[in-house]
Design a protein around this ligand. Sequence first.
Ligand code: GTP
Length: 376
Amino acid sequence: MPPDDRALAQQQGFAQFIDALPRHLNNAPLGWLLVLGLSWNQVATPPVLVWMGSALAVGLPFWWQAHRLARRGGLLRQDERWAHAITVVDAGLWGLSAWVLAGQSPVIDAWMITLVCGLATLSGVVYLPFLKAFYSYLGALWLGVASSTILRGTPDARLLIGAALFFVLLVLALRPVARRLEEGRLHEIAHDRLAERLQASLVQKEHEAATDGLTGLLNRRSLDHLLAQQVRGVEGPPRRLAVLMLDIDHFKRVNDTLGHPVGDRTLQAFAQRIQQQLRTGDLCARYGGEEFAVLLPGATLAVACEVAERLRQSVQATPLLSDPLVDNTVSIGVSTALESDTPQSLLKRADEALYRAKSDGRNRVCSDPAAAPPVA
Ligand SMILES: Nc1nc2c(ncn2[C@@H]2O[C@H](COP(=O)(O)OP(=O)(O)OP(=O)(O)O)[C@@H](O)[C@H]2O)c(=O)[nH]1
């Protein structure tokens, strides 16, 4: 288990504890009312009220701090001391209730110890994600009861030993549960990390499946998919769409004279050159080898021929590579979608136009005679 995962699980546990702490402290007045009700007519009321008033006065700043931490979200390193201080004050003030209750009658003593044990049990549930503070809580509760009963001169050893035993048993019962909870958080963290990795690798795989590794352009598979969407249209009449097929002239010579790596760089440079000439919304794909295809959604044949001519001139005017010099030209075939077209028939006609550009002497743009007039 990576150490940072364990640290994160502990941090999450602490944050859960800090989140629950103020709600737990909010219940204290209900507990006080219970004490008041149970001790009514059995214990002098003024000391009970003095204890409640003091608990309120001392506990208020700590109660306020607990709320502040919960609002902000507790941070383990930064706020751990505060968490211990709050729990010690809370438990200590409850422990001091023995000051007014213990030694009055066996019945009051019995329900006082019941109250103390009940408080410890209830708090245990809140402290489960951060058991360290629970030890401080139990220590302060026990010391509060012990010091109160000793100072009042009625130390009842059975009561203190009984409470200590109960606390030990409680800790023994809660520790495995706390460990399970931490393991659960660790599993959740590991699960989240795995999901993130899978998501990232899925995105990566999708990207790889859609693009050409050498040029970064869309690959043939993506082109076929996009072309099918464009030709069919979503609904209604077919969309206006132009296709350019581009092929570097005498590319084989680059490989043969300068080597395959230079051929690869030339293809990359050519891909960049095409992209520089296109508008957003136009799509460019490597059709295979040194042949590329461009989709111009919404373009008429005239516009598509203009784009093709601009590209051809750009390649002619500025060599694709300067070191070593690669100044091959490019031939381009242009076609536009007819109402009867399938993706294959449209590509075929653009390819035939490219073939004509090659056979007419290369370094030229040829358009498909069947392409005009535009469909929409
Ligand atoms: N370096 C490199 N070469 C490739 C790649 N894919 C195809 N080729 C080469 O591209 C060349 C294409 O040559 P041809 O089809 O004969 O055409 P050409 O030499 O361009 O001549 P024309 O198209 O007739 O002007 C072949 O030598 C292929 O090996 C690639 O990914 N990298």
